[in-house]
Structures are given as structure tokens and as C-alpha cells.
Design a protein around this ligand. Structure first.
Ligand SMILES: [Cu+2]
Length: 120
């Protein structure tokens, strides 16, 4: 009991939110905030995969390949988010609502496209 109280005190000191998580977990490992990240590779000149199905709340992380020779970007056709045109790096977007999103590269808009289907 003494050990448990000490643990709770430490966690409470860290943050109130973390304390709630620790209490719920009750001894098992504390879960990180529940969120999923899916990676999409940005290559010359395509996204991989070309179609991605995810649940709402999922973050998609586009990862530029280090061997890319061309600039690429990630732009959605609804105009809600847009990355820089770049040769290396990453870009993230969290999809909070169900729906279908069409993504294209502003450098290669005719050929470099992908679709993301967000389910409930
Ligand atoms: Cu491109």
C-alpha cells in the first residue's frame, strides 16, 4: 500500500491526466494516448500505398524517401491541409471525421495521387 501511494504521488506530480491513466491501468503498463499512426512512403513519383483505409482519429504520416530525386508535396483536394514541396522530411495529418480524401502532389498533380478512406 505504501508503495502504491508513493507511485500515485509521483504520477500525480507528473500530470493529472497521467494519474488517471495509471489508475485505470491498475498495475499493467500505462497506455499511451490512444491513437494510431499509419505511414505512407513518398517516392519518385508516387505514394505507397496508393489507397489507404483508416479509422477516424488516425494520423497519417507521409515519409519522404531519402533517395528521392524530385520535390514532392502532400495536398488534399478539399484545401484543408498541405505540406511544403520538399525532397526529404515528413508531414502529418490527423483524420478526425469519416469520408474520402484525395491527395495529390503539387509538383506532379497529374500522376502522383492517392486516396484515403476514413471509416467510423
Ligand atoms: Cu511529386
Amino acid at each position: 500500500m505504501r508503495k502504491l501511494l508513493a507511485t500515485v504521488a509521483v504520477v500525480t506530480a507528473l500530470s493529472a491526466v497521467a494519474a488517471v491513466g495509471a489508475t485505470v491501468a491498475s498495475g499493467s503498463s500505462v497506455h499511451a494516448a490512444k491513437s494510431t499512426t499509419k505511414a505512407v512512403a513518398v517516392r519518385d513519383d508516387f505514394y505507397k500505398p496508393g489507397t489507404l483505409k483508416i479509422k477516424k482519429g488516425t494520423t497519417v504520416k507521409w515519409v519522404w524517401d531519402k533517395n528521392d530525386m524530385n520535390d514532392h508535396s502532400v495536398v488534399d483536394t478539399k484545401g484543408k491541409f498541405q505540406s511544403e514541396e520538399m525532397m526529404t522530411g515528413t508531414f502529418k495529418h490527423k483524420f478526425k471525421k469519416p469520408g474520402t480524401w484525395h491527395i495529390y502532389c503539387s509538383v506532379h498533380p497529374e500522376t502522383m495521387r492517392m486516396t484515403i478512406k476514413v471509416k467510423k
